[in-house]
Structures are given as C-alpha cells and as structure tokens.
Design a protein around this ligand. Structure first.
Ligand code: ARG
Length: 588
C-alpha cells in the first residue's frame, strides 16, 4: 500500500507542476513544528535559486494551485518560503480503513526478496550464557522478524562457538577429576557410553574452574591447548566427550533462548566449517592470495584509502593451526555453498569490528563471495550498570542470563501484585511476559551501536519510554474492546471515519506511518525506530483516550468509528512488539 507521505507528496508535486515549477520540489516531510502544521514542504526554498524568485512567492503560487485540494485541508505559504500543510480528515479515515483491510496493515511485501543469513546469538558452548550474548540475541531476533515481515528469506544462524580452547579446558579438567573415564584410555576401541559423564550443572562449574586454573598454571594451560589440538585432529575419546558437551550444552541453550522468545533456523557451529578449511587454504595459496609471513599464512587486506592500519588476515598460524578467522572464512564458503545468500549480516559486539573488516576484505579479495554479495557488520555496544561499567551482579560477578531474567521477573511480579489487576495464579506468567518486554525494549530502544545503562528501576516502570508502558497501553485497549463486546457491541458494524478532535487526528496521523516506519527500520537495521514509533503511538493513544468517552458515546456511528480506531491501534502495537520479539498479556 502506498505510503501516506508519498501519497501527499504526489499531490504536492502536481501542484508545483501546475504552478509551472519542477515537480521535484514537491517533497513533503513530517512537520517539525507540530504546533503549526502536520506536514511541511520546503521545496520553494530549494527552487528559489533556479527560478531567481523569492521563495515565498513560489510558495504562494503553489498554494494557489492547491485550493480545493482533495488532500489538504489547509496549505499555507509562510515566510521565508515554507509551505505548512494539514491533511483532510476524510482522507486519513479512508487511508486507515484500507490499512485495516490489508493483510499486513498496509506494509507491502518487498518486490525484491533477498536471502539473508543473520549470524546472531553466537554463544560459546559450555560457557554459561551471560548478558554479553543477550544483546546479539535480542537485536538479531528483531531484525530477523522485521525482514521476514517484509517478505525476505531470513535465515537465522546461532553460530555456536564450539571449537576453541574452552573445549580443551573442559576435557583437561575432566581428566584431572576423573582420569578413569574410558574417554581417556588410548587403547580403547569399543563404543563410548551414551550417557554424558556430567550434568549441565557440573559442566557450568567445570569451565570456570578450568579457565581460572589455566590463568595461573602455565603447564595446565599447555595441556588444555594440546587437548584442543587433539580434539581438532580427531582424537576419538575427545570427540566422544565433545559430543556429550554439545548435547548437554545445546539443550540448555535452547531452553534459555526459548525464555527469551528467540528462535534460530540453524544451529550451526564453528566445527561445521572445519571440513571446508583444507580446500580453502589450498585455493588461497594456489591463486596467490595468501603468502607466508614469519611462518604464518596470511592474506594482505590493507587498502590505499585506509586511515588506520588494517593488519593482514591470518589464515593459518605457523604451527598450521587454524584460527577464529579461518573458521569465519570457511563458514562463508559453507554458507555460499548451502544457501547462496544475497547478504550475510553479523550481529556481534562492536569490539570485533576491526576483525570483521579483515574477514570481509579477505573474503572479497579471495572471491569467496560474489561481487554483489553483501557482508555487513552490525556492531552493538556494551550493556552497562549504573556505574557505567559492564553490567554485573550485586556481588560484582558476571551476570548470568538466567539470573537476570529471574531478577527482572521478581521485580515485575512485585509491581503487578501491587496493581492487583491480575489473579495470583496468573501473576507469575504475566510477570514473565512483562519482564521480557522490560529487558528487550530497554535494549532495543537504544541505537544498537551505542553502549547503554541497564537500569532495572527505569526499565520496569509502567510509565515513560519502556516496554511495560507499551504493554500497559496495549492491554488497556484490549480491555476496552472486551468491555465493548461484553456490553453487546459488535465489531462488524461501522468503520473508521474522520477525526472528531485534535487528539484523535494526532492518533490517526501516527497510525498512517506504520508501513513507512517498518520499512525504514529494516533498511537501516534499526529496531530503535520501531520503539520510537510505538512510544509516540502509545502516547497519542493515551491522550485521545483521556479526552474521549468511548463506551458511553450515544451516537452509534461515532462509537463504531472509535472502536475500529482502537482495534487498528491494538493491531499496530501488537504487530510492532512482535517485530521487536515480545508480546502483551491479556491483563496486567
Ligand atoms: N562466539 C563469539 C563470541 O562469543 C561470537 C560469534 C560471532 N559470529 C561470528 N561469525 N564470528 O565472541
């Protein structure tokens, strides 16, 4: 469905042409002086030079051609040459009625559907999920959902870190504790047990212990590195252990992501890329892309226009071991082969930006991707505590995701019980739903690349720019609609008409923007634009609601019009929060 702003720009373009000017000056934007007008056009100022005429005269010529317009209820030329615009309410009503009839609330499916791999989540197996991985999951999920809503083929891949030193550390520590395990017997040729020799609880305790020891004990660290190497070389016993670690850990990760309302299409992992490495390395050597530098195999990726030093991309270490780089490049090879994506987007901590610059340049230079394959890095900032340092527990330890979720849920539970709108048995589930909105909205409402302060009090508040406020507004609309139905009202009757008040018109104008906002948020990979939009929409709705007695209205047509306006507002809010990755309860 055509965007509302384009619709009125067309009317303006025609007016410029009718007045004898170039139509390109007819671009309309949302007013930055909402006290004076709803939209504005600054084209007369831009055209003054070409026509050697005072801008206000051009503006007057144009507004002269807009008399009797079916689109604008007022078009005023004001000094020095702005055109201030208000739109006709009937037109708004008509637009919203159409929006309501359309399948996706007026958002068009893209004409040009792309296959886009979204690399997000990126947890490391056997290490507990901590808040650092939270942002990637939250932001990636929202981008995936938004792209999908627009009709793109979005493929979300969790890209598990399963191939690094953490595996060697766990194996080494396990060997210390239980040397008798069959996995460590070199002469063993039989089958390995089906049951893992540890639980998730033990696994989560083993890793930090091993990691701490490796920092103090050089010999231990070397053993862990050797174990990693052997695992990668295919040691049978270690490989069987690795399988157990994977199963136990992935089950736990899935549970955690489910609580976050995050789902992945692919559960691929770093190790899946390993089979592609030898051939890739051979190819890079043969084509002359890679060369030896102090024993290591590297590809130069610096460019003349660089203002800072971009070091070469290392493909193999001097001992022949592969690196994080190597895995990421081989993963690109695999993705091209299996999915042939138009784009690959990485949602990763922005501290890895230089690293991804190297990887992307290397992939392009060595033609692992096609010329028009887009490789994008979406770096996010750090989630900090009120002290401005990375978010920690009260005791100062690393904040585990599970704990964060349960602390927020407890906080929400207290507030919900205070409000007493919810039966006790529902309160816990409601607290989980609202708590998730607090976390996700708190995160997504900031521009992804910026650091932000995770402020529990602010994020869980029912007032202000927060998830709970958005949900509260949505629930309020749902409860009015329920009351309407209980009183015998029907949603079949009537439809949205023109506005009866200024606050109603303001709400209608917000609703009209939905398709534009969704498209723009996806183009810019900027979920915060959806947050900004629904915050404005929720405010517009609440203002309208406080000024309007909806259910006691006696004029049936008027009442029906408002009820339809409410259902549309609810639908836009619910669709938007779904794109952000959370949902609203029935009551709160
Ligand atoms: N596992 C990595 C980490 O914790 C993130 C992975 C990001 N994705 C990638 N393709 N490198 O830092």
């Amino acid at each position: 469905m055509k965007k509302f702003i384009d619709f009125i720009t067309e009317e303006m373009t025609a007016a410029f042409e009718k007045a004898g000017y170039d139509g390109k000056y007819g671009k309309v934007t949302i007013s930055n002086r909402p006290d004076l007008c709803e939209f504005q056009c600054n084209g007369a100022m831009a055209g003054a030079k070409e026509y050697k005429k005072a801008p206000v005269m051009i503006a007057q010529d144009v507004t002269g051609c807009l008399e009797g317009s079916a689109v604008f209820s007022s078009a005023e030329a004001v000094k020095p040459g702005f055109i201030n615009l208000k739109v006709k309410e009937e037109l708004l009503g008509e637009y919203l009625r159409k929006m309501q009839e359309e399948e996706h609330l007026g958002v068009d499916r893209t004409q040009n559907p792309k296959t886009i791999i979204l690399d997000y989540g990126g947890p490391n197996v056997a290490k507990p999920l901590h808040v650092g991985h939270l942002r990637s999951a939250i932001i990636g999920e929202s981008i995936k959902r938004t792209g999908r809503y627009l009709g793109h083929n979005m493929i979300g891949d969790v890209h598990l870190g399963d191939w690094g030193l953490q595996m060697g550390l766990i194996i080494t520590e396990l060997k210390e504790r239980k040397p008798e395990l069959v996995y460590f017997r070199e002469d063993y040729e039989g089958e390995y047990p089906k049951e893992p020799p540890f639980t998730i609880g033990e696994l989560e305790e083993i890793y930090p212990a091993a990691s701490a020891r490796s920092k103090e004990d050089e010999e231990y660290k070397e053993r862990a590195m050797e174990a990693t190497h052997q695992l990668q070389q295919g040691n049978r016993g270690y490989h069987a252990l690795w399988n157990h670690i994977m199963t136990v850990s992935v089950n736990d990760l899935k549970k955690n992501y489910e609580k976050l309302n995050v789902t992945f299409d692919l559960w691929k992992k770093e190790s899946d890329a390993q089979p592609y490495i030898p051939e890739m390395v051979e190819y890079m050597k043969k084509e002359g892309y890679a060369h030896l530098d102090e024993g290591a195999l590297v590809v130069d990726v610096k460019e003349e226009s660089d203002t800072k030093e971009i070091p070469p991309c290392m493909i193999l270490k001097s001992d022949g071991a592969s690196l994080y780089n190597t895995t990421d490049l081989a993963t690109i090879v695999e993705r091209m082969k299996l999915f042939h994506p138009d784009e690959i987007i990485y949602v990763v901590d922005k501290r890895q930006e230089l690293y991804f610059t190297q990887v992307f340049r290397c992939a392009r230079k060595t033609k692992l991707v096609e010329e028009n394959t887009g490789l994008y890095f979406l770096g996010f900032g750090t989630m900090n505590g009120k002290d401005g340092k990375p978010f920690k527990t009260r005791e100062g330890g690393v904040m585990r995701l599970e704990r964060l979720l349960s602390e927020i849920t407890d906080e929400m539970y207290k507030k919900i019980i205070e409000n007493r709108n919810v039966k006790d048995e529902d309160a816990r589930a409601t607290a989980e739903t609202v708590g998730l909105s607090a976390i996700k909205y708190g995160d997504l409402s900031n521009q992804a690349s910026k650091d932000y302060v995770f402020d529990v009090d602010r994020f869980t508040s029912f007032e202000g720019d927060t998830g709970p406020y958005i949900l509260y507004t949505t629930v309020r609309i749902k409860s009015i609609l329920n009351r309407f139905l209980q009183e015998g009202g029907s949603l079949e009757k009537g439809s949205i008409q023109g506005a009866s008040s200024e606050s109603e018109k303001a709400l209608m104008l917000e609703l009209c923007r939905f398709n534009q906002v969704v498209e723009n948020a996806f183009d810019e990979k900027a979920p915060h634009k959806i947050c900004g939009y629904i915050y404005g929409l929720a405010n517009a709705f609440n203002r309208f609601y406080h000024e309007t007695k909806i259910l006691s209205e006696e004029n049936d047509q008027q009442k029906a019009s408002w009820i339809h306006l409410l259902t549309l507002t609810r639908d836009v809010l619910e669709t938007s929060i779904d794109l952000l990755g959370f949902s609203a309860p029935e009551r709160m």
